[in-house]
Design a protein around this ligand. Structure first.
Ligand code: AMP
Ligand code: MG
Length: 410
């Protein structure tokens, strides 16, 4: 087996995945989905010139000389609440009371905030005064939100491949999208394997441990925007592993993911079952934690076998599977955001690309990282305690205290 770099292994995996099909969804239910179309503005936003303040719509020229010592008084000829189009036109010497968000009347070219007038009655339901005295000048267009200032009809508001955030859904709603095309959620079949595994709710028995990986991986899959089909735990027998894998064909999944059972141990049956109905490769990746990563195909669906040790499974997910699910999901590919942190202590590595569990804290404007304890691939406590994975590049055997390394936030 030749040694693959992390990057080569990731690219090989990614080359097997293409975006899933799309579906139309009500735009207001599209949160966290991946947009499968460019969303262009159907209307100008804002759709009409409107006031950004509660105040009086006026002609700026009428109050050009207004000062506290020499105010100007204008006749109030209309009252414009938000939500109804004004029916009047403002001419010289006139004003209209106007609320935030209300359309600007014809003739007006500025809004004077109520605070700069003698009208201070802001109680709900208070009628407008017959006239208003203004103590300040305003420039043309002041306190007016111009039609189309945010975006103009026909411009691209959101691009295909974007994961829709709450504020994106707000934008789609503002623009009048009733439905949008999004990628359907990728579906991932997940199983654990091992005779030692008990359900999380079961009491311990001699020689047994509770299955933690399937719960961790299910959460990670969902956090990557995919759906999980839980296939439970396979025993270390050919039949049991085959039964788990055979369930996947009816489920129409985009990926089959398993943990454990892919080492070269006497009880690791996953390889032979996969090969009975597909094919499988083991890649030796130059990383730590990490074992051979199993990649194959079963009944036409891609299969990835992660190591059994919980931390190895976690890191394997973050390094390989998250990117694969992102591609399946149709998400625009961007390198994962890395931050830089100073190592509090010296870190030694064996020269493989290493992912270490750490806590970060801020110290005089920069981040300092401290390892969370045992870095063995079975130590799930230090993983749970970590808020970052430090990345020690391949070829580096020692990072002296005080040196910066890259890290992923968890
Ligand atoms: P294996 O890859 O089957 O050799 O397993 C490697 C290690 O991971 C062993 O110590 C297993 O007990 C442990 N392990 C395997 N599967 C799980 C799981 N689902 N949850 C927690 N630990 C596991
Ligand atoms: Mg095992």
């Amino acid at each position: 087996m030749n040694l693959l770099s992390v990057r080569e292994a990731r690219e090989r995996i990614l080359s097997h995945f293409q975006p899933v099909t799309t579906e139309a969804l009500p735009a207001v239910e599209s949160l966290n989905r991946i947009l499968a179309q460019d969303a262009t503005a159907l209307d100008d936003l804002p759709p009409f010139d409107n006031s950004s303040m509660d105040g009086f719509a006026i002609r700026a020229i009428d109050v050009a000389d207004a000062k506290p010592a020499s105010p100007r008084t204008l006749r109030v000829v209309a009252d414009i609440p938000a939500g109804s189009p004004p029916t009047v036109s403002i001419t010289s010497g006139e004003a209209a009371r106007i609320m935030t968000g209300a359309p600007l009347p014809q003739g007006a070219d500025a809004v004077i905030p109520v605070e700069d007038t003698n009208f201070q009655d802001r109680a709900a339901g208070a009628p407008p005064p017959p006239e208003v005295t203004i103590f300040k000048n305003v420039t043309q267009n002041e306190n007016i939100r111009q039609r189309g200032a945010d975006i103009r009809a026909g411009e691209t508001a959101l691009q295909k491949g974007r994961k829709l955030k709450p504020q994106d859904v707000a934008l789609l709603a503002s623009l009048g999208y009733s439905t949008v095309n999004v990628f359907r959620k990728p579906r991932v079949a997940l199983f654990s394997s091992g005779d030692e595994l008990l359900d999380a709710s079961q009491p311990l028995e001699p020689g047994k441990i509770r299955d933690s990986n399937s719960h961790m991986l299910a959460g990670l899959i969902e956090s990557a925007g995919a759906e999980v089909e839980k296939l439970g735990t396979a025993k270390d027998t050919y039949e049991s592993v085959k039964a788990a894998l055979d369930k996947t064909s009816a489920l129409k999944v985009d990926l089959i993911l398993s943990s454990a059972g892919v080492s070269v141990g006497a009880f690791d049956y996953v390889k032979s079952v996969i090969e009975s109905n597909g094919k499988m490769d083991f890649w030796r990746v130059n990383m730590r934690p990490g074992k051979p990563l199993a990649f194959g195909e079963y009944n036409g669906a891609p299969f990835i076998g992660l190591p059994g040790n919980p931390v190895s499974a976690f890191v394997g997910f973050e390094v390989f599977i998250r990117a694969a699910l992102g591609r399946l999901a149709g998400q625009t590919e961007r390198n994962r955001l890395t931050i830089r942190a100073r190592c509090e202590e010296e870190i030694n590595s064996d020269g493989r690309e290493s992912y270490l569990r750490a806590n970060l804290r801020e110290e005089s404007g920069s981040l300092v990282a401290r390892l969370t304890g045992h870095q063995g691939s079975g130590n799930i406590l230090s993983l749970a305690q970590a808020d970052a994975l430090l990345i020690i590049p391949a070829g580096v055997k020692c990072v002296p205290a005080g040196q910066e390394v890259e890290a992923w936030l968890l």
